[in-house]
Design a protein around this ligand. Structure first.
Ligand code: GSH
Length: 215
């Protein structure tokens, strides 16, 4: 393992604060107790070096020595190799953690992100397109996730990177009261975000952006 450097934006507007995806990486690093530092890149003027690390000009990315990794899921899988606090050791639980990590991103977030964008942009009227996306999230994803989360504390036995991603994805839905009819999902978010590592990650992200306001 080399020096771990988490890069995120130096500043973002108020609405996404507390939800910028560097929080997933901060949370994992805190859970694992790995030493790291945070660097900021301009939110407004994204230069060629930024795109060399993150081809879509987004945040976050992680440097581990001379390895640079983008995509929060890939970063968490990388960190999972560095700490048993993030990835169970036995093969069955490990496979479960990996499948649920992908499920969080590729099954739940792929439905919840457009849903939240509709809400952000105020397009939640009585329209067929809103009903389609709202139904897709609630009837085809959260309804099926609900019994899973009612039956277990964490997705892969012990707490893992899968829980960091799933809880963070669901947290954004909860922000817009989208878990009101899914109590097990809501309780899962509550117990995940009660972990001291999440609280530290959240406070650190908020402080990072507040510092930019003050500068
Ligand atoms: N799939 C990427 C998404 C990264 C992403 O959406 N980052 C947001 C911040 S949370 C961003 O950079 N937004 C600014 C933009 O897209 O221009 C990941 O999980 O790392």
């Amino acid at each position: 393992m080399g020096e771990l450097i988490l890069t995120t934006f130096d500043w973002v507007p108020e609405p996404p604060r507390g939800y910028v995806r560097d929080i997933r990486v901060r949370w994992a690093l805190e859970e694992a107790g790995l030493p790291y530092r945070v660097e900021g890149v301009p939110f407004r003027d994204r230069n060629a070096e930024h795109f060399a690390h993150q081809p879509f000009g987004q945040a976050p990315w992680l440097s581990d020595g001379d390895i640079s990794i983008f995509e929060s899921g890939a970063i968490l899988l990388h960190l999972g190799q560095l700490s048993p606090a993030l990835m169970p050791a036995d093969p069955r639980s490990r496979s479960e953690a990996i499948e649920w990590l992908f499920a969080a991103l590729n099954s739940v977030e792929m439905a919840s992100l457009p849903w939240s964008l509709f809400i952000f942009s105020g397009n939640t009227g009585d329209t067929p397109i809103w009903k389609l996306f709202d139904g897709f999230l609630h009837q085809h994803r959260l309804k099926h996730l609900e019994p899973v989360l009612a039956g277990r504390q964490w997705l892969a036995g012990s707490f893992s990177v899968a829980d960091i991603l799933m809880a963070d994805v669901l947290r954004l839905v909860d922000r817009f009261d989208g878990l009101a009819n899914h109590p097990a999902c809501r309780d899962y978010v509550k117990r995940a975000t009660a972990r001291p590592s999440f609280v530290k990650a959240y406070n650190d992200q908020m402080a990072h952006f507040a510092k930019a306001d003050a500068a």
